[in-house]
Design a protein around this ligand. Sequence first.
Ligand code: FAD
Length: 146
Amino acid sequence: MNALTEAPLIDLASLEREIRARDRQLDNPFSKDSQITALRGARNYLGDKLIRTAKPHRLLDPAAGPLIAVRLHIITRKTLGGLETDLSGRVLNEDGNPVRGLYAAGEVAGFGGGGMHGYRALEGTFLGGCLFSGRVAGRAAAHAVI
Ligand SMILES: Cc1cc2nc3c(=O)[nH]c(=O)nc-3n(C[C@H](O)[C@H](O)[C@H](O)COP(=O)(O)OP(=O)(O)OC[C@H]3O[C@@H](n4cnc5c(N)ncnc54)[C@H](O)[C@@H]3O)c2cc1C
């Protein structure tokens, strides 16, 4: 990875220390490593154990190698909203009054996650709210010009 950048951003000794420390936590049933704890929690549910999580193993286990470095490109996957609307999809200004002629629906209006399902919206529940709020906003906009 250092060869891909102009500056050597990764210190090999630090990286190795982190990996060995993480691997030690696999032997610790009371591990405070949040990823290992989350992995064990997920595997307590049969569905996640079978199809969503790999069997925990040491990163430096020769049988699991070779190690592969992956360059990540961070993107925003979900916004949970941004524009405040009323239940007709009319966008509200900072005073809470509708902005004339402006409607919003879907994720930008918080009807994917955020608004409709709360901040703990589950995966797979976004499209329904987006479509429903689009229908509501579309009807309200049509009604306004009739
Ligand atoms: C990888 C991934 C997987 C997902 N899987 C699921 C799933 O399984 N089930 C589920 O329910 N939800 C899922 N979602 C969430 C769901 O897809 C989105 O919440 C939903 O598609 C949002 O719809 P939207 O119409 O609000 O916004 P978008 O679909 O983002 O539409 C916004 C549109 O506006 C356009 N746009 C932006 N700026 C401008 C501009 N200035 N001028 C003109 N056009 C512009 C964009 O190009 C885009 O086409 C997933 C999302 C992602 C990213």
